[in-house]
Design a protein around this ligand. Structure first.
Ligand SMILES: CSC[C@@H](O)[C@@H](O)C(=O)COP(=O)(O)O
Ligand SMILES: [Zn+2]
Length: 213
């Protein structure tokens, strides 16, 4: 007989199914090349469901989703969780309202991260799509999407993110030469934010190509 797991396994199945369907769509857009990217959902107030490290995100199955605690330790699984687990769990630990974290490596996100790394942020202003971010009711607003230096030292990167989170109104950040993190209340919310960032970054890159930004 095995010990009971400290989380709701039925809920885990539901969340795994949701992650699989959504990530397949993101992958079909070319946003998860070469096994990159990672995805998670809050399971309860101590656990998250997250992708196993190194899996092809376009071909996820239920066995590719595992559980971690908010210190990033595997719970009830021998698999290795995403190498970037701490960047997910730090958000769940700090903000009870966050229920989903999505990380992708699209070309637009990666190119934008390189171009704006020096400035430390991408300034987004004057776009109708800024209303896609929770709490915004008008295009007459602005948003600075932070760009952090890349590192494989996750505790150090998580500490830098934590300092930025003090400002409160943040729905994502870029990592230089790497990709985008975005989050929200639930999958739909996080996806809307992710897609809005992708679209707005694409506009900024296009404007630069045209010599307008
Ligand atoms: C395949 S290179 C990309 C990885 O180094 C990493 O940035 C990434 O997004 C996926 O890592 P993973 O450990 O599979 O969650
Ligand atoms: Zn990554």
């Amino acid at each position: 007989m095995t010990d009971a797991l400290p989380y709701d396994t039925h809920r885990l199945c539901e969340l795994a199914g949701e992650i699989i369907v959504n990530v397949r769509e993101l992958s079909a857009l070319g946003w998860t090349p070469a096994t990159s990217s990672n995805f998670s959902r809050r399971l309860d107030d101590r656990h998250a469901a997250i992708t196993v490290s190194g899996r092809d995100k376009g071909k996820l199955r239920e066995a590719d989703i595992m559980v971690v605690d908010f210190d990033g330790r595997a719970v009830g699984s021998d698999h290795r969780p995403s190498a970037e687990t701490l960047l997910h769990t730090q958000l769940y630990r700090r903000f009870p309202g966050i229920g989903c974290v999505l990380h992708t490596h699209s070309q637009v996100q990666t190119v934008a991260s390189r171009l704006y790394a020096g400035a430390g942020h991408v300034h987004l202003e004057g776009y109708e799509l800024l209303k896609a971010f929770s709490g915004n009711t008008t295009h007459e607003t602005e948003l600075d999407l932070p760009v952090l230096p890349n590192t494989q030292d996750m505790p150090s990167l998580a500490a830098q993110v934590d300092a930025l989170l003090d400002r409160g109104d943040m729905w994502g950040y870029l990592i230089d030469g790497h990709g985008l993190y975005a989050w929200g209340r639930d999958m739909a919310d996080a996806r809307r934010h992710l897609e809005a960032f992708e679209f707005l970054l694409g506009c900024e890159l296009e404007l630069r190509k045209l010599g307008c930004a």
